[in-house]
Design a protein around this ligand. Structure first.
Ligand SMILES: Cc1cc2nc3c(=O)[nH]c(=O)nc-3n(C[C@H](O)[C@H](O)[C@H](O)COP(=O)(O)O)c2cc1C
Length: 509
């Protein structure tokens, strides 16, 4: 199911009873976070919020804010136009099983074919709602002029050239010690300068002033790889950031797709409709025509990096300032009826748990292509995305759990996983209490643990060095004689099914 705009998506949520509309003014400085945090932490992820009258420094913003729109299983399913996330995953799995691929690359190629079957290739269009209102910016000051200090917009400081539109966008200051305002659901479009391949990634954006923002693409992400090539050649790097449109856009931007696979293909497949792309007005990149807001601009490799942050992050802690590239805006365009999409991250559970877990469910069939023994995978909310992965397997040979650990650590963004717990396929990986029971019962810690080292999430404040760290794998599967285990493995206690049924009926249990 395709949505024509973010407003269209929000309306759909309203009709499904998944939206709370808030009419009283609510400040973009912390107050929206406070309400959204309570909502995200209520059972099942609460409801989405439409803040109809947000204020920016006490003034009403012309745009409403929608937040937590993907923060429950039901809303994730609605965004996919499916009965459930599992149903969408099963459909994708069936497509792949029709012609079993021989490996992960082959699985990705087949995914591409599935997308073709749905005629979901992006199309170019000339007219676009996202360009209904256009603000062009003067060229940024030359490097010989001193760079203006970032104004503290929360104290009312403004640079003289602060454009009214960016100032009026209801961009959140999420947490008390955040270094400023941040776009929290931005889809960032960049291009590989050598191959022309496009990437869309979700990387938060810090607003420094009306014309400059910080782009937080982390070391191991695709836009950072693109950026390195521009830094090597010294050429300006075009960047386009869009917000809103179909909710499959931000979903696809966060999905851990292999480098080189176009997120707009995935979005087109999932929404069953091609993504219509329009050329940006001031940079040579394309964005979805039905996006709500677009920021166009460039990163100048000659310019020094600038401190980004602090920012109250997914980890539940503030990420301290680190140097990141600066983007200069050349244009800001938007729909007349734009709705500003936002999320917050922080102490889990948050909306991103549902986004990340839906990705895992959808890509489980693709994981299984490489690891057919995998029964299920869970990334509990407490592990904040990839810190903790619980995987169940159908174990048939000795040391299979270790094969899975090494395999997962070697797969894309699973490289960030600190802890992997492997259990047998009779364990419900989504029931953390059951997993802890199996872990405690089925392991001899020294024998069943594996320490390794590798790249770490740059957000991880616990590693001694940024971006490198250790990993721990725990094998909580039943042990086989070939694993040096010489005693009989005891059976798990289970009641006789007939007795269960009889007693249940007798006492109406
Ligand atoms: C709400 C949200 C915010 C995110 N912010 C960032 C960020 O600031 N920087 C970053 O590198 N990744 C961030 N991520 C994770 C990336 O979107 C994710 O790793 C994505 O797969 C990256 O795309 P890429 O593989 O094309 O680089 C965020 C994810 C979510 C759900």
């Amino acid at each position: 199911m395709a949505f024509a705009s973010f407003r269209d998506w929000v309306r759909h949520l309203d009709q499904a009873g998944e939206l709370k509309r808030i009419q009283q003014p609510l400040a973009t400085e912390l107050e929206i976070t406070e309400w959204a945090d309570r909502e995200m932490k209520s059972p099942g992820g609460g409801r989405a919020l439409l803040i109809e009258n947000p204020t920016v420094q006490g003034r009403p913003s012309p745009f409403p804010v929608a937040i937590n729109t993907l923060g429950s299983w039901k809303r994730m399913a609605l965004s996919l136009g499916a009965e459930s996330v599992e149903a969408a995953a099963a459909e994708l799995g069936a497509l792949l099983q029709a012609k079993p691929p021989t490996g992960f690359r082959e699985a990705v190629r087949l995914l591409g074919q599935a997308i073709e079957l749905r005629h979901a290739r992006p199309k170019s269009v000339r007219e676009a709602p996202c360009q209904e209102v256009v603000h062009r910016f003067d060229p940024a000051p030359s490097r010989s002029e001193p760079w203006p200090a970032a104004p503290d917009i929360l104290r009312g400081e403004r640079t003289p050239e602060f454009p009214p539109t960016l100032r009026d966008l209801p961009i959140l200051k999420c947490w008390p010690s955040d270094g400023g305002r941040f776009l929290t659901l931005p889809c960032v479009v960049t291009q590989d300068p050598d191959t022309g391949e496009r990437n869309v990634g979700m990387y938060r954006i810090q607003v420094y002033d009306g014309q400059t923002v910080g782009v937080h693409w982390q070391l191991q992400k695709v836009a950072a790889r693109h950026g390195r090539r521009y830094y090597e050649t010294g050429r300006r790097m075009p960047v386009a950031i869009f917000l809103g449109g179909d909710p499959m856009f931000p979903f696809a931007a966060t999905a851990p797709l292999p480098d080189g696979m176009d997120e707009f293909l995935l979005a087109g497949y999932l929404r069953r409709k091609s993504v219509e792309l329009v050329k940006c007005l001031t940079v040579d990149l394309e964005v979805p025509a039905d996006a709500d807001f677009v920021l166009e601009g460039y990163v100048d490799p000659q310019e020094p990096l600038r401190q980004e942050g602090p920012f109250g992050d997914h980890t539940g802690y503030y990420t301290l300032p680190e140097p990141y590239p600066v983007m200069h805006l050349t244009a800001l365009t938007h729909r007349r009826d734009a709705v500003y999409p936002a999320t917050i991250v922080g102490v889990p559970p948050m909306e991103d748990f549902y986004i990340g877990s839906a990705s895992v469910k959808l890509f489980l069939p693709v994981f299984r292509m490489n690891f057919p023994e995998i029964a299920d995978i869970a990334l509990p909310a407490e592990g904040v995305f990839h810190n903790l992965v619980i995987v169940s397997i159908r174990k048939t040979y000795p040391m299979q759990a270790y094969k899975i650990m090494h395999g997962l650590w070697g797969m894309g963004q699973m490289m960030f996983t600190k802890y992997i717990i492997v259990v047998d396929d009779d364990t419900d990986v989504h029931n953390t209490s059951e997993v802890l029971f199996r872990l405690c019962a089925n392991t001899d810690p020294q024998r069943d643990s594996l320490f390794s080292r590798g790249p770490a999430d740059v957000l991880d404040h616990a590693t001694s060095e940024v971006a490198i760290g250790s990993k721990l794998g725990m094998d909580a599967t039943r042990k086989l004689p070939g694993e040096g285990f010489r005693r009989p493995w005891p059976p798990l206690i289970r009641m006789d099914p007939a007795v269960k049924e009889r007693v249940g009926k007798m006492f109406n249990l």
